[in-house]
Ligand binder design. Structure first.
Ligand SMILES: [Cu+2]
Length: 318
């Protein structure tokens, strides 16, 4: 597989058919966890240079099951539980992790259709096994992301496919919108991510028509934003601009993030924020368009036909 080709095709497909079905890609046999290492078939083979404008030379997070000697390995768990280990460069499970964003391990899961997002924090057993009440809500092909820093190593985001058997009803990706509601809150989004560039995204939280000005810190910030790219679920760091207590960052109603997306395409944004003692997750679909001016959100969907001159919109890319 070639990342350049794949991402290029992804951008072309985007220009044509917003609701097109996409392949499930790289399903890993859950009965054979021992065979996972190096088996992912993802971007590991594509570290070479690229000349494609829309592709950075850095592989986004979450596409690899194994990176820099560390491998994500789901392990058998009782019903209702999800468990995994991280194999280290010495072949043994990693047992020492640095705290980042208040936790030693952030586990993010989403179905391949970008529904069912959960962000949870497993518990570490002395043998290196992480366990958590299963966040996999319902059947389908899930992607599980482990976001962590092994002590003495660099931050890593490893991803693995997990199948939950059962009847799968694939949900279409919701259309781009600049406003959404969750748990009685209304969250609006201003800003548009631009490929290869850092752009501000500002989310504004209100409730019953009034701005929420007493957001509670969650994971060291007033909001935590994850972006997943449609088609391959590349996982993107979106850093908050400012932290609680820095003298300039207010507890709402606005939370600003600095987003850098690696390519044109559709992304699903998941904003976790805490208010009233609970964490709420607001979701948005956004379109990063290489031709966009960055003048604001694009609630009407892709406004440009950039890329369509290449002539083969909608061809398969998985
Ligand atoms: Cu977390």
């Amino acid at each position: 597989m070639n990342t350049v080709t794949r991402l290029g095709g992804f951008a072309l497909g985007l220009a044509a058919v917003f609701g097109a079905a996409y392949g499930i890609g790289r399903v890993v046999d859950p009965a054979a966890p021992a065979a996972r290492s190096g088996h992912d078939g993802g971007a590991a083979h594509t570290s070479g240079p690229t000349t494609h404008d829309e592709v950075t030379d850095r592989v986004p997070g979450g596409l690899l099951v194994s990176d820099r000697g560390y491998t994500l390995v789901p392990v058998a768990a009782p019903a209702g539980e999800f468990a995994f280990r991280v194999g280290g460069p010495d072949g043994r499970p990693v047992t020492r992790y640095d705290v980042a964003h208040d936790k030693r391990m952030h586990l993010i899961v989403a179905r391949r259709d970008l529904s069912g997002f959960r962000h949870v924090h497993p518990d570490l057993a002395p043998d290196g096994t992480w366990r958590v009440d299963t966040p996999l809500a319902g059947p389908g092909q899930w992607r599980a992301f482990a976001d962590f820093t092994p002590t003495g190593g660099e931050p890593l985001i490893l991803g693995v496919d997990v199948t939950v058997p059962g009847e799968l009803t694939e949900r279409p990706l919701p259309a781009p919108a600049s406003s959404t509601t969750v748990d009685g809150y209304t969250v609006t989004l201003a800003g548009t991510p631009q490929p290869g560039r850092t752009s501000p995204l500002t989310l504004t939280v209100s409730r019953d028509g009034r701005p929420v000005t007493d957001l509670e810190p969650y994971l060291g910030a007033y909001g935590h934003l994850v972006a997943l790219r449609r088609g391959d679920l590349a996982y993107l760091h979106v850093h908050p601009d400012g932290t609680p207590g820095d003298g300039r960052t207010r507890p709402g109603p606005q939370v600003t993030f600095l987003a850098e997306v690696p390519s044109a395409g559709s992304y699903r944004l998941y904003l976790d924020f805490r208010h009233g003692g609970r964490v709420h997750t607001a979701e948005f679909t956004v379109v990063a368009d290489a031709a966009a001016t960055g003048a604001g959100p694009t609630p009407g969907g892709p406004s440009s036909t950039g890329g369509a001159e290449h002539g083969t919109p909608g061809h398969g890319h998985n």
